[in-house]
Design a protein around this ligand. Sequence first.
Ligand code: ADP
Ligand code: ADP
Length: 232
Amino acid sequence: TLAIALNHVAKRYGATVALSDATFAVETGATHALLGENGAGKSTLVKILSGVVRPDAGEIAFFDRPVQLANREDSSRLGLETAFQEIPLVPDLTVEQNILLPDEPRKFGFLRDRRAARRRVAQVLADLQLHDIDPADEVRDLDLSVRQKIEIARAISRRPKILLLDEPSAALSSRDVRWLGDRIAALRSAGTTIVLITHRMQEVRDYCSALSVLRNGKHVGSFAAKDVSDAD
Ligand code: ADP
Ligand code: ADP
């Protein structure tokens, strides 16, 4: 089965064509790289799959079911979580609040049941080997690398069936890149479908079973990762 199927998806911003005809499929359980130059439409594709941006045309299916995504909660309900590059954590909130926010975005239940909230966040940070992160810290006071790590951890902690990572290692230190590699390996063994936007061929070789290339808003090809030579 296909975890994700995109058919003829198009999106413009005013006169700018971000995606002209994107057709893209991801096998269930794959770790699938999405490559392309700046401006190719990769982030737009991720935002469409997350429900943050609405396509002008085309169809989307998750696990062979057509979906209509009006907002981020819709994709979350269907088991898809995203670690964004450009849509950061909420800077005015603490790490703990950011991790809990998607659970009850409107009710702010974490403000009422403090003890349960603290327990859940401690569990999330321990499960993800983030012992060095203080849940009480305000996000605005943290380095970009720590924020990116928490953004990734927040997405993983929701136990998605499909995880979208938009350039997850862009701001990470080499130690944190190893942390990310361990997380990806664990998710892959658990059968999670992963879409990884990256510019780093090393990451494609290390983690990915397949890759797709976008150029000027069009899908130009998909390949098995084993068919991509080390020369690239
Ligand atoms: P990346 O290549 O990392 O995806 P871009 O440089 O394409 O990032 O875009 C950075 C941010 O600016 C994104 O949030 C994108 O949506 C926004 N953006 C890009 N181009 C424009 C534009 N012409 N007008 C307004 N916003 C834009
Ligand atoms: P990539 O992630 O591959 O760099 P993007 O999806 O960010 O590509 O951008 C695709 C095209 O759409 C680029 O030309 C970019 O400038 C444009 N674009 C992206 N977001 C916006 C936006 N919010 N407003 C206007 N143009 C945008």
